[in-house]
Design a binder for this molecule. Structure first.
Ligand code: ATP
Ligand code: MG
Length: 299
């Protein structure tokens, strides 16, 4: 038997793959919400699952967490088949959906305690997760007095109670103010540094750019882009450098291509010149890439 707190993982140790999806499809009657998608997520990775409204993100999340049965295709999480090994799967994952219930008349601590007993965990685990989500000082207050951000943090604490290997978060910062959202983002980074794999859906592309090493962009049930975030941005960005110069009170823009042989020399010249105002690359943000390749107007 493993000692308490030690988790034996079942993922493929060869390459550390924690989520493996192969040709996963979900149909609702004649409508295909998720259409033959495939991808992998590695241990400790923060994987961004992006897409316009109705793209099929939550459906995918529900498939991967064993709440829906796929129409075809297969997937495993922590090495457990999402259809055949649902019990094991659930023991190894934490899930925070957009709309989830809390017992609002009970305190945050008592809400967690209900699940702690269910998982047969020691009482001190409550203090650990409350500390992790920075709710220790308000843990005895009834949840009805919590702000939206506090409720969201409590849900994350609940999902973390049993030390899951993989955490699924469906729009965890939706509707939060910048500080509360930032608190949750830092928490996600911290979990990733501890080796927890995070599967995250969000409509905040800046958030995805900040947090996610790899992203998939979904549109109408299909994955239309899947890459490391940096590589995706690079692929759609121009390879130009914009240089602004000011001479005799007049601003001029010079555009240099990174691929030209003399760019290095010219750049050096401009950097040393007194007329230099600014130098910018033309790298697109993830949001600009997203808008370029998805077409929500047609939904
Ligand atoms: N139970 C259901 N029965 C029929 N259609 C459904 C059902 N659940 C979802 N859908 C449809 O499947 C599609 C994908 O829905 P899903 O909730 O996965 O999208 P999403 O990407 O999570 O969108 P959002 O960004 O708005 O949360 C939508 O067209 C939705 O209407
Ligand atoms: Mg959704």
């Amino acid at each position: 038997m493993p000692s308490p707190g030690l988790r034996i993982t079942h993922y493929d140790p060869q390459n550390g793959v924690m989520i493996k999806v192969e040709g996963l499809t979900k149909k609702y009657k004649n409508f295909t919400a998720v259409d033959n998608i495939s991808f992998t997520v590695e241990k400790g990775e923060i994987f961004g699952f992006l897409g316009p409204n109705g793209a099929g993100k939550t459906t995918t999340l529900r498939l991967l967490t064993g709440q829906l049965r796929p129409t075809s295709g297969k997937a495993s999480v922590c090495g457990y088949d999402i259809v055949k090994e649902r019990k094991k799967l659930r023991e190894n994952i934490g899930v925070v959906f957009e709309y989830q219930n809390l017992y609002t008349r009970l305190s945050g601590r008592l809400n967690l305690d209900f699940f702690r007993k269910l998982y047969r965990l020691p009482v001190h685990r409550l203090d650990e997760v409350l500390e992790m989500v920075q709710l220790s000082d308000r843990s005895k207050d009834p949840v009805k007095d919590y702000s939206h951000g506090m409720k969201q943090r409590l849900l994350i604490a609940r999902a973390l109670l049993h030390r899951p290997e993989v955490l699924f978060l469906d729009e965890p910062t939706s509707g939060l103010d910048p500080h509360s959202a930032n608190q949750i983002r830092k928490m996600i980074l911290n979990l990733s540094s501890l080796g927890v794999t995070v599967f995250l859906t969000t409509h905040y592309l800046e958030e995805a750019e900040y947090l996610c090493g790899k992203v998939a962009i979904m549109d109408k049930g299909h994955i239309i882009a899947l890459d490391r975030t940096e590589d995706l941005k690079y692929r759609y960005s121009s390879r130009n450098i914009n240089i602004r110069l000011k001479e005799d009170g007049i601003c001029n823009l010079v555009v240099l291509s990174i691929d030209n042989k003399d760019t290095g020399d010219r750049l050096k010249e401009y950097v040393n010149s007194k007329s230099l105002v600014s130098i910018h690359s033309e790298e697109l943000t993830l949001e600009q890439v997203f808008l370029k390749i998805t077409n929500p107007g047609k939904l």
